[in-house]
Design a protein around this ligand. Structure first.
Ligand code: UDP
Length: 244
């Protein structure tokens, strides 16, 4: 494939916790985390600055805890701790393949990682390090999607890449509905008004306010992340204007 320059200088990659669990149904599959680390290294080698937000749904979700009778805020803090576990697993996988990585947590945990300091995170990326933002926004009642849009805005990222199980945004779940249509481009308003399940409304609104395009792509295609960063491969792009 001819060398195509990356379309973005700095990206934020949002991985759900489920992306780390593979076929296990729960927890972390180290083989999957290694493969994801390889994908991320490929993009770094293209000269792109990268930061990451990783979810915690493979370990604990606040809403599930609340449904089982727990205090919602308490359950959400547990969910945020789950994201720290995932972030440390990814840091370990990245450093094993020679990629310098820093974890910055929205909840102070100085024995494990740095606290979130915006200017320090920017400096890390300028030096070629990957920064993983752990513990979401640090606040209950939020999601890691919102954390991703928030950090992408703070880091002045050129794009927010949301890795999913499918290669874009569909009108319905393509795994269950064979007639589901895939969207090539959407506007932020399309996603909000049609309630397309891409990211929660707070995340979409934040990306919109800061004019950060959201690219939705499949994490299962090998080399897929590097393709998307070069404007190749299959993805749905969400911007202010949806070209038809
Ligand atoms: N969470 C939170 N505040 C945040 C981010 C996350 O309270 O800013 C909690 C929330 O309970 C959530 C859990 O952490 O259910 C795991 O995050 P999320 O569900 O977004 O992970 P994903 O679905 O991406 O794996």
């Amino acid at each position: 494939m001819p060398d195509v320059a990356p379309s973005y200088k700095r990206i934020l990659l949002k991985l759900s916790g489920e992306a780390l669990m593979g076929d296990q149904g729960h927890g972390i599959d180290p083989k999957i985390v290694s493969r994801l680390a390889d994908e991320i290294r490929l993009v770094l080698q293209l000269g792109v600055q990268i930061c990451l937000v990783i979810g915690g749904g493979n370990i604990f979700r606040g809403l599930q805890g609340a449904a089982a009778g727990m205090d919602r805020a308490q359950a959400d803090y547990m969910g945020m701790l789950a994201t720290v576990i995932n972030s440390l697993a990814m840091q370990s996988a990245l450093e094993r393949i020679g990629v310098p990585t820093r974890v910055q947590s929205a909840i102070s945990m100085q024995m494990l990682c740095e606290p979130y300091i915006r200017r320090r995170a920017l400096r890390h990326m300028e030096k070629g390090r990957i920064v993983i933002f752990a513990a979401g926004t640090g606040n209950p009642f939020f999601t890691t999607d919102t954390a991703a849009a928030l950090r992408a805005s703070e880091m002045e990222c050129d794009a927010l890449l949301k890795a999913t199980k499918v290669d874009g945004v569909y009108s319905a779940d393509p795994k269950h509905d064979p007639s589901a249509e895939r969207h090539e481009r959407l506007s932020y308003m399309d996603v909000l008004s049609r309630d397309l399940q891409v990211m929660d409304a707070a995340a979409i609104s934040l990306a919109r306010e800061n004019s950060i395009p959201i690219l939705v792509f499949s994490i299962h295609n090998i080399g897929g992340l590097a393709d998307v960063v070069r404007g190749q491969g299959r993805f749905t792009i969400i911007t202010e204007e949806a070209k038809t």
